[in-house]
Design a protein around this ligand. Sequence first.
Ligand code: UFG
Length: 333
Amino acid sequence: MKILVTGGAGYIGSHTVRALMAAGHSVVVLDNLSSGNAKALPEGVPLVRADLLDLDAVQDALKVHQPDAVVHFAALIEVGESMAQPGRYYRNNVVGSLNLLTAIANTRKIPIVFSSTAALYGDAEVSPIPEDAPKQPTSVYGETKLMTEQMIQAFEKAHGIRSVRLRYFNVCGALPDGSIGENHVNKTHLIELALLTALGQREKMMIFGEDYPTRDGTCIRDYIHVLDLADAHVRAVEALEGGAGSVAYNVGLGHGFTVREVLDAVDEVIAETGNPPLTRELAPRRAGDPPSLVADSARIRADLGWTPQYTDLKRIIETAWAWHRSHPHGFES
Ligand code: UFG
């Protein structure tokens, strides 16, 4: 199939582009490069530099490249920032996605795989969380993803645009050869920040809140390797090709780690390369953070045969460490 990947120059997008190509699909990337990087793309992949807020540009890309499906990553992704700048998040994530859906409805009515998030469950009452758990996001970011899921379902009913919505838990790790990896403009993710701290780019790690109702008081998250997530996208695209639609899948391992446990694992990984343990400091809670997000991913395992290969947190962190050590300043290294 020919796949249009929005946000394909970003962290998860660039790993998924490679996985789609390895599975024999051809790829066109649409990215405004606001946080993605053209250097993350394999050579020869066509890049349409456009913003989803530009409806004409999106429609043109669909007409010119004639894709068979869309994988839609392009979005702003930071929980904390979304609370401080809600307008930017609603505009980029909701209006941007609405433009994409409108462009698809106006042109080729092709199916879509959407990057959704565990953040839409918010303060979940059950753990692990199944897909039909109540949706009560605690952040604007989570709300924008929930609203987009709702728009996608409405477009599916009205215009027959079939969809698979993948709700990611906490994505981390990198291509094991260290050639691409997490490279966010604003560094906010726990593992990326910890490894950059290990490289001496920051003084210490802040732990945001130790008064959550969890085993050590810090937030619990389900950390999944980016290549396992990329594989979930390939399976989703191929399921759409086979006629699937109207479905949401949680993508996580089903096992959660606290912030302290993650930092302990980081300390173990960096010790192997002779680095001392990270300095830690307690800080207040970060707005919008739910206490615990752990996936029940039985549905994607059963329907799509998805089986994560990276089940060991230390091994996941090692792949990220290989990337950051070889690219201490990201793609500009
Ligand atoms: N944290 C710290 N110190 C830091 C950074 C993070 O204590 O310096 C804590 C956070 O407060 C949170 C946990 O580490 O409790 C994980 O935070 P991240 O920023 O790494 O990830 P989030 O859980 O906030 O969000 C991520 C993605 C979202 C996605 C979500 C789903 O950014 O896009 O996972 O679980 F929706």
